[in-house]
Design a protein around this ligand. Structure first.
Ligand code: NAD
Length: 384
């Protein structure tokens, strides 16, 4: 089948198997070009198939020579529809890791469920004995808790409705987004999905099963960003969930004597999750323009290689709140001043000049295996 991108709103409903594999190989090549460092050798990555989790898995496998067990929630192909990008990414990663002599297995299912936690524990027992690092990189729209309750997260503000500029992804125009305030219940539900309860549950289950090594590091990801995005992110419903994630990190540190828990504050990047947030894609395009002009732009793999091979190699480098700041280059004064100035000035007419629209779309297509150099998109490919 010849696979073409089919973009609907902020998602592409097709994925290219060869392009996804190339994308993974390119990320591996980047990590291999960095100096290797000593680090954990058996790593569990929860949310391992796309975005930051995939890049984390690649960084630890090829930067630490670590064996990895990945958990993800992806769809296989049914022969007519392509699989999701994360499915092809994971298969390509496993192939490349095995070629390099590294263990790599993946479990495709709902990480929030008891069944998948048990499957992971059984696999660690059978294959690895213990793990010495747990990376928690889930981004999910909903969660079913073990008692059968279903919770959905929302991307809304807290307190008052908020209006600001946004990029309409279907035609690259700039309009106003009106973001309603979340109800108390919606905030609680968002915390249930994107907060830290399930991270603690994972650490508890792994600890109870005796599959945590003598010294374990765990890390989960968050975003803070500038004032422009505060109402929708840091102070919005997702921000409330992230505050719960920070508290959960403290709980993990107190509860498990053998575990050191961290929060890494990552850079704003195009991923399947961030594309869905209003206001944020426009900020990302303005940010990319400035960071690329100053030569400090990073994608997921550059961020995660810097996290694991630099900031977390040896004693982790943290700020006064204990956070590992991967957004240090994004938040630099000169970058933020330029972005804020352009934020005020940007309109549908000048957006292509002020913002890196083409860069945004390239990264968007790349996530689904499209527009990758060296891939023949006119060729028939096996989508299974
Ligand atoms: P993503 O959508 O690319 O990745 C999400 C991963 O979670 C995928 O591997 C997916 O398969 C997996 N997943 C989702 N639901 C699952 C389930 N029920 N069971 C098992 N696996 C499941 O998202 P991302 O942007 O890489 O986000 C990862 C983390 O990084 C999130 O905590 C996010 O808040 C944080 N973060 C993202 C950004 C950004 O700009 N993208 C910035 C800072 C922090």
């Amino acid at each position: 089948m010849v696979v073409e991108p089919r973009v609907k709103d902020y998602i592409c409903t097709t994925a290219h198997p060869v392009g996804c594999a190339e994308n993974v190989k390119n990320q591996i090549k980047y990590v291999k070009a960095q100096p290797k460092v000593e680090g954990p050798k058996k790593v569990l990555v929860i949310g391992a198939s796309t975005g930051y989790g995939l890049a984390s898995r690649i960084a630890v496998a090829f930067g630490y020579d670590a064996d990895t067990l990945g958990v993800m929630f992806e769809k296989e192909s049914n022969g007519r529809r392509t699989a999701t990008a994360g499915f092809y990414n994971t298969r390509a990663f496993e192939e490349e890791a095995k070629k390099a002599g590294l263990y790599a297995k993946s479990i495709n299912g709902d990480a929030f469920s008891l069944e998948i936690k048990q499957q992971v524990i059984d696999t660690i027992k059978a294959d690895l004995g213990t793990v010495d690092m747990v990376i928690y990189s889930l981004a999910a729209p909903r969660r079913v808790t073990p008692d059968g309750h279903k919770y959905s997260s929302v991307l809304k503000t807290v307190g008052e409705e908020y209006s600001n500029k946004t990029l309409v992804l279907k035609d690259n125009t700039v309009t106003m987004a009106h973001i309603p305030a979340a109800t108390e219940e919606e905030i609680e539900n968002t915390i249930k999905v994107m907060g830290g309860e399930d991270w603690i549950d994972w650490m508890q289950a792994l600890s109870d099963a005796g599959v945590l090594a003598e010294h374990v590091t765990t890390v989960a990801y968050s975003y803070i960003g500038p004032k422009i995005t505060f109402p929708i992110y840091a102070e919005g419903s997702i921000g409330m969930a992230k505050k719960d994630l920070y508290r959960s990190s403290d709980i993990i540190n107190e509860k498990f004597a053998n575990v050191t828990s961290y929060i890494a504050i990552n850079k704003a990047l195009v991923t399947q999750s961030s594309a869905a947030i209003p206001v944020v894609p426009l900020y990302i395009t303005l940010l990319y323009k400035q960071m690329k002009a100053k030569g400090v732009h990073e994608g997921c793999i550059e961020q995660m290689a810097r996290l694991f091979l630099d900031k977390m190699a040896g004693e982790a480098e943290t700020d006064e709140n204990g956070f590992i700041r991967m957004d240090d280059w994004e938040m630099a004064d000169d970058i933020q001043e330029a972005v804020a100035k352009n934020w005020d000035a940007v309109t549908s007419e000048n957006v292509k000049e002020l913002a890196d629209i083409d860069g945004y779309w390239d990264e968007f297509y790349n996530m689904f295996g499209f527009k990758i150099d060296g891939v023949d998109y006119s060729a028939d490919v096996d989508i299974m």
